[in-house]
Design a protein around this ligand. Structure first.
Ligand SMILES: [Zn+2]
Ligand SMILES: [Zn+2]
Length: 117
């Protein structure tokens, strides 16, 4: 056996800054967490939830983090994208629940802290 072989994944804090695109995607673990949190149920109509919606859109800097994910069915996801008021409504819900950094990942928050100094 190769003595350099190391099956244990390195701790994530050793990972370098991820690419911009990846940070906006919901990783598998986060998708599972969100589905479990919302009981696999669409939060708008109660059907089975299959789509994880970015409450703050990726184009607006919304990250693939637990606190930016809303579980919907496909047709409610289309509705929320077509309806500005629905979109605002959910942003307000998440803002109230998780605070103004709800759509940020750890790196974004770190940046904020640095700016504060
Ligand atoms: Zn639905
Ligand atoms: Zn969506």
């Amino acid at each position: 056996m190769d003595k350099n072989f190391n099956p244990v994944p390195k701790p994530s804090h050793n990972r370098r800054v991820r690419k911009q695109g990846d940070r906006n995607k919901f990783p598998k673990e986060v998708r599972d967490q969100i589905k479990e949190h919302f009981d696999n149920t669409c939060q708008m109509c109660g059907n089975s939830g299959v789509h994880i919606h970015h409450v703050r859109f990726r184009s607006q800097g919304g990250r693939g983090v637990f606190t930016n994910g809303l579980l919907l069915c496909n047709s409610c996801d289309r509705r929320i994208h077509d309806n500005h008021e629905l979109n605002i409504y959910w942003k307000e819900q998440f803002l109230r629940k998780y605070g103004p950094t709800y759509y940020m990942d750890e790196e974004d928050k770190k940046h904020l802290e640095e700016l504060d100094k």
